[in-house]
Design a protein around this ligand. Structure first.
Ligand SMILES: [Zn+2]
Length: 477
């Protein structure tokens, strides 16, 4: 889960004149105005185009789609794909023959290249391996133009005129409190924004690993008009603001979806006197959705298809919790994401949303069965969703694979496999600092330890990120 990608700079260093953005922006406005039927029309046509393109350029998809009709407008006709497929068959999936797994791996191994375009054309972002495999994703110029247009749609729905005035008064200073030191979507976005002279002045990335007192001092000095932290960091910063140590005046606080309780969201809004928005997105589709006042996430369905399905990949009707959700990104062609299993459990809204946004809306739970529940100091319990924990792991540099186990009511163990070349001790320090902050933000007193055993697959051979208390009997195996 990442904050949405902001406008990009072209390879030549030119921000304002990206020829891709304007037509996409105008189309996005028109589609939104025309309503749901127009959204569905765009989606069908774009899916058909993407499938046709992919069949001509990707040997993997050509083979996978061999038995399908010539024109495909219905995503449910397509076989499901997984991250494992996309990473193990990388070279046969990408549609630009200059892109190879080996070349991309060499690129992401070099931290000086964060935010630089790969082959002068593509943005690269990695995710750590919460499903057992590290993800490497390429985003092309059209998908970035769509991300820019969707960021405009999102901000347009969130900001009231007085918010805009406050942002202008604050000269648009933007503080991203985010992972650094790796090719993560947010770090790449920050580096890209900072590559213009104006961006270098107004956008700053504050590493999420910064100790809280230091972070508070630096934010006080920077005085951001926009603050983009992870939800758990936002909760800590809201407490600092309430205590008077942090004294900033952001008009907008945007959170990455981490399963934040509604009252926490309100507390953050009150602490800063700011509009709070969040989005649910993935590195595979950075412009997926954005929140509304009613607490739903509206999916940008003119450019993304999200299908809630059961364990056998059959559709789950609105109002019911899905087992997983299948994602199709119809904007990005270089590495097609088609009916891709995202692994999150969602609930689609039945009927139109009270906020007036015509786009279909969802709520995201993460896999309910894998949630961890701990007793808090007040005798009630706090649940951490797998989505919260995977978002946390995705921002720790150097994690190849990790598993989080509840070993007793107030004990948590972590199994860790560091990425090649990463220092196990250093990765554990970052990881334990982050988990401690998460637990504190939720008012929990839980003992944390590093398990000497590496991550273990379950009976079916899959790595599960989270093992709740009742299923930790496999710990000893
Ligand atoms: Zn809504």
């Amino acid at each position: 889960m990442h904050p949405p990608l902001p406008p990009r700079r072209t390879a030549a260093g030119n921000t304002s004149a990206d020829p891709h953005v304007l037509p996409v922006l105008l189309d996005a406005r028109r589609t939104y105005r025309e309503g749901l039927a127009a959204v569905a029309d765009r989606q069908r046509a774009r899916l058909a185009d993407l499938v046709a393109f992919t069949r001509t350029r990707s040997p993997y998809y050509r083979q996978l789609y061999a038995g399908l009709p010539e024109r495909v407008e219905d995503p449910s006709l397509l076989p499901v794909t997984t991250k494992r497929d996309l990473m193990t068959r990388f070279d046969e999936i990408v549609t630009d023959h200059r892109v190879t797994r080996q070349a991309v791996e060499a690129f992401v191994a070099d931290p000086t290249l964060i935010g630089q375009p790969f082959l002068n054309a593509y943005t690269v972002a990695t995710t750590s391996g919460t499903t057992g495999i590290r993800g490497m994703f390429l985003i092309d110029q059209r998908a970035l133009a769509v991300a820019t247009a969707m960021a405009g749609r999102m901000l347009g729905s969130w900001l009231r005129p007085r918010d805009v005035l406050r942002i202008v008064a604050g000269r648009g200073r933007t503080a991203m409190v985010s992972a650094s030191g790796g090719h993560f979507a947010s770090a790449a976005a920050a580096a890209r924004l900072r590559s213009t002279r104006r961006g270098a002045r107004t956008v700053r990335l504050f590493p999420v690993q910064t100790p809280l007192t230091e972070l508070v001092a630096e934010l006080n000095a920077f005085r951001p008009a926009l603050l983009a932290p992870y939800a758990t960091t936002a909760a800590l910063l809201a407490s600092e603001q309430q205590a008077g140590r942090l004294q900033i005046n952001p008009a907008l606080v945007t959170l990455s979806a981490e399963g934040l309780a509604t009252d926490e969201r309100q507390r953050i809004a009150d602490a800063f006197g700011a509009t709070v928005g969040n989005s649910y997105a993935a590195t595979e589709c950075p412009f997926l959705s954005f929140s509304c006042r009613q607490g739903w996430l509206h999916v940008n369905s003119d450019w993304a298809i999200l299908e809630p399905v059961d364990v056998d990949h059959r559709p789950v009707p609105p109002g019911q919790q899905s087992h997983t959700v299948l994602l199709t990104n119809v904007a990005n062609r270089v590495q097609p994401i088609l009916r891709y299993d995202l692994g999150d459990s969602v609930l689609a809204q039945s009927g139109p949303c009270a906020c007036g946004n015509p786009l279909p809306a969802i709520q995201v739970q993460g896999r309910a069965a894998d949630a961890l529940t701990f007793p808090d100091a007040h005798g009630s319990s706090v649940t951490l969703t797998p989505l919260t924990l995977s978002a946390l792991l995705d921002r720790i540099p150097g994690v190849e694979l990790a598993q989080i186990l509840q070993t007793a009511p107030t004990r948590m163990g972590v199994r860790l496999r560091p990425a090649a070349g990463a220092d196990r001790e250093q990765v554990w320090r970052s990881l334990s600092t982050e988990i401690d902050a998460l637990l504190r933000a939720h008012g929990l007193d839980v003992a944390l330890h590093l398990d000497e055993v590496p991550p273990q697959p379950s009976a079916g051979g899959k790595y599960r990120l989270v093992q709740p208390l009742q299923s930790t009997d496999i710990t000893e195996s």
